[in-house]
Structures are given as structure tokens and as C-alpha cells.
Ligand binder design. Structure first.
Ligand code: HEM
Length: 138
């Protein structure tokens, strides 16, 4: 191969690879939905007129959580063969915890317990940070 062709190929590769890496994964898309719904609930949590909306949004977040659990994190491909199963198991277990947190958020909203709901959202955000450190690719 001529050097010029090789250079053209390398340039094309350098442009394409980051574009692929930044593309949304199906898991990431479900995460975005969880994020959007929880942000709206956080904003309107004290608004009694939004109670039904808030509960619906948490239910939608729960659906996204179930959908996201079916995918493996993109980072899985960076994990050594021997650690992969444990990594995926840990990811799924954290998603089960997220699902439980969303259930308790829904219960707090249904009971009109605004302070509890706020505390649960804070907890969810803290565990999100921890989970992203472990399971999200850099
Ligand atoms: C309140 C809870 C959560 C919210 C709002 C949330 C939100 C997000 C958002 C917006 C993204 C995509 C954008 C970005 O790259 O930053 C994302 C990506 C990701 N999140 Fe979450 N997340 C939450 C909890 C979790 C939990 C509990 C886990 C693991 C068990 C997790 C694992 C991941 C992974 C692996 C990605 C990268 C996508 C991929 O690998 O395909 N997240 N999350």
C-alpha cells in the first residue's frame, strides 16, 4: 500500500473511532430517560397538583430501568475474560437496587411524603455516582 493511502486510512480511522465511542448506546438511552424523568420529579416533588404526573414519571423510569438491565455496559469489553461474569452480575444487582429505590420513591409520592421523596432522590443520585464510577466507560 502506498504511504499516501495508508495516511488517508489512518486519518479516516482517527475521525471515525471517537465518533463511534461517543454514540449513544441503547443502555445509555434508557439512562437518559431515567435521568429526564427523575429531574422532572425532583423539580415538581412539592407540587401537589403534579402528584399524578410525578408518579407516572417514576413508573416510566422504572420501565427504563428494567430495559437497561437487559443490556451489558459498554465497559464490559474492557473487562478481562475472567472478571466479565462478575462485572455483569454486579451491574445487574445495582440495577435491581435502582429499581427498588424507584419503588420506594413511588410509594413516598403516593403517600404525599415529600421529604421522604426528596431524600430518596438524593440517595439515588449518590448511588448513581458510585455505579457510574464502576460501570461506565471513561
Ligand atoms: C438515578 C440513577 C441514574 C441516572 C439518572 C443515570 C443516568 C445516566 C445517564 C444520563 C447516562 C448517559 C450519559 C452519560 O454518559 O453520562 C448514563 C450512562 C450509564 N449509566 Fe447510568 N444512571 C443512573 C444509575 C445507574 C446505575 C445504578 C448504573 C449501574 C448499575 C448505571 C450504569 C450506567 C452505564 C454503564 C452507563 C454507560 C452506558 C453504556 O455503558 O452503554 N447507571 N447513566
Amino acid at each position: 500500500m502506498k504511504l499516501k493511502h495508508l495516511l488517508t486510512l489512518l486519518a479516516a480511522f482517527a475521525i471515525t473511532v471517537p465518533a463511534i465511542a461517543e454514540e449513544d448506546t441503547p443502555l445509555g438511552k434508557e439512562m437518559e430517560k431515567i435521568s429526564k424523568n427523575l429531574k422532572a420529579v425532583n423539580r415538581d416533588v412539592a407540587d401537589a397538583s403534579k402528584k399524578a404526573d410525578n408518579i407516572k414519571k417514576v413508573a416510566e423510569a422504572k420501565e427504563s430501568c428494567a430495559a437497561a438491565s437487559k443490556f451489558d455496559p459498554a465497559k464490559t469489553k474492557e473487562i478481562s475474560a475472567g472478571e466479565k461474569a462478575k462485572f455483569i452480575e454486579g451491574y445487574k444487582a445495582s440495577m435491581v437496587e435502582l429499581g427498588k429505590g424507584l419503588d420506594s420513591l413511588k410509594a413516598a409520592l403516593e403517600a404525599g411524603k415529600t421529604d421522604d421523596a426528596k431524600a430518596i432522590i438524593e440517595k439515588l443520585n449518590a448511588s448513581k455516582k458510585e455505579a457510574h464510577k464502576k460501570y461506565k466507560a471513561d
